[in-house]
Design a protein around this ligand. Structure first.
Ligand code: ADP
Ligand code: VHF
Length: 374
């Protein structure tokens, strides 16, 4: 399959729009272009694709509103600018998406939210639900509550983590350059565009280390690293110019624009590798024959009704092994409930979980996206 087919077959797309692009030469938000990107996202939605938008721009918008002539350097001033600007940013998006009959949702995340497994699952569940309900989630860093040490700092990294979180097929990073060049095109007129590379190619780092623009924070290096991070869950990354006409539609429909950074492994292989290599099992679920068949033959999620017993000390988000009643390993996956909750849910239909637990968790004990059949 070539680029055109791989990217064009993507069902779930994360679009990241950087500060360099979102602002009119540093003079607040570029409302006209935002309208054009929104229209393209609306078209992708009409094609049946799910889209999560990761948008920077709050600091740049707040700077204008608060009268800063250059980007503040103090964290508290950056936080103030972000808090003011985020209001305008989501307001602009909301009014543009409304024209296309789409509803938006604001998601502000911190590094901690994604490194803590429980919060990670909560964020993922909210995002999945929003996508299922047809809303367009608009994600930014929660700048108000973070300081230097715990910031993502740049939204490229955030975009990649969101791509991992929602298991996106493609991450499209829009910036003010046509893509990754072999050296910084701002300083070198003879720089040439890299059209296609493996995300894991470490020679890209030296090419990308030319620094950021005036408003952006990461430059190209964070975009290359973001592609590497996105590749860990099998996502493709395309870095392209947001100023190119219909860029989002053209990239998402497989046109050879910008820089395509390809993952080494496909999504399920990446997921398998990650589950196999990175997490220690914290417990075992003994599943009945019907559940074994459903997992093996239909690739379904694992529901509490198919569980005979559970052992271990696992919490929500931990990796557990699923075995049949003879002890043969069937699957491994990330469990949505702790051992105490699982023991209460054993063999029960999902519809009873509220009555049993007193709150509404996920219907699945392990979602099929978090499950690897052995
Ligand atoms: N090899 C390179 N290819 C393209 N751009 C580069 C390269 N090295 C550095 N850059 C710089 O990265 C900038 C884009 O990064 P940044 O300003 O952080 O944008 P954004 O806000 O969109 O994330 C470009 O304007 C460019 O000057
Ligand atoms: N959260 C910040 C974005 C951080 C940032 O500058 O990101 P980027 O422009 O993508 O390098 C904002 O909204 O201004």
């Amino acid at each position: 399959m070539d680029m055109r087919e791989k990217i064009a077959s993507a069902q779930r797309v994360v679009v990241k729009i950087g500060s360099a692009l979102l602002t009119n030469d540093g003079q607040g938000l570029d409302v006209g272009n935002i309208g054009l990107w929104v229209a393209q996202i609306a078209q992708l939605r009409a094609q049946g694709k799910e889209v999560v938008l990761v948008s920077s721009g709050s600091i740049a918008a707040g700077m204008k509103r608060l009268g800063f002539s250059s980007r503040p350097t103090q964290v508290n001033e950056l936080q103030a600018a972000a808090a003011v600007g985020q209001m305008e940013l989501v307001g602009v998006y909301e009014s543009h998406f409304e024209v296309h009959g789409l509803c938006t949702a604001q998601i502000l995340l911190t590094h901690d939210d994604l490194s803590n497994r429980r919060r990670y699952l909560n964020a993922r569940s909210s995002l999945r639900t929003l996508l299922k309900l047809g809303a367009v989630p608009i994600v930014n860093e929660n700048d108000t509550v973070v300081t230097d040490e715990i910031r993502f700092g740049d939204n490229d990294t955030l975009g990649a983590l969101v791509a991992n979180l929602v298991e996106a097929d493609v991450l499209i990073i829009l910036t003010d350059q046509q893509g990754l060049f072999d050296k910084n095109p701002r300083d070198h007129k003879d720089a040439t565009l890299i059209q296609h590379a493996s995300a894991s190619d470490d020679t890209l780092d030296a090419m990308a280390s030319g620094g950021a623009g005036v408003l952006g924070t990461g430059g190209m290096l964070t975009k290359v690293r973001a592609a590497r991070l996105a590749a860990r869950s099998g996502a493709h990354t395309v870095i392209a110019s947001g100023r190119e006409g219909s860029v989002i539609l053209r990239v998402a429909n497989g046109e050879n624009l910008g820089t395509w950074l390809q993952p080494e492994h496909g999504r399920s292989a990446s997921r398998k590798q990650w589950l196999a290599g990175h997490l220690k099992s914290r417990g075992t679920l003994i599943i009945d024959d019907g559940a074994v068949r459903a997992l093996r033959q239909s690739g379904t999620s694992l529901l509490p009704v198919g569980i005979k017993d559970a052992e271990g000390t696992f919490s929500r988000g931990d990796m557990v092994i699923c075995v049949d009643q003879l002890g043969n390993i069937v699957a491994r996956g990330l469990v949505n409930y702790s051992i105490a909750e699982t023991l209460k849910l054993l063999g029960k239909p999902s519809s009873e979980r509220y009555a049993i637990l007193g709150y509404e968790g996920e219907p699945e004990l392990i979602h099929r996206d978090d499950l690897v059949i052995i």
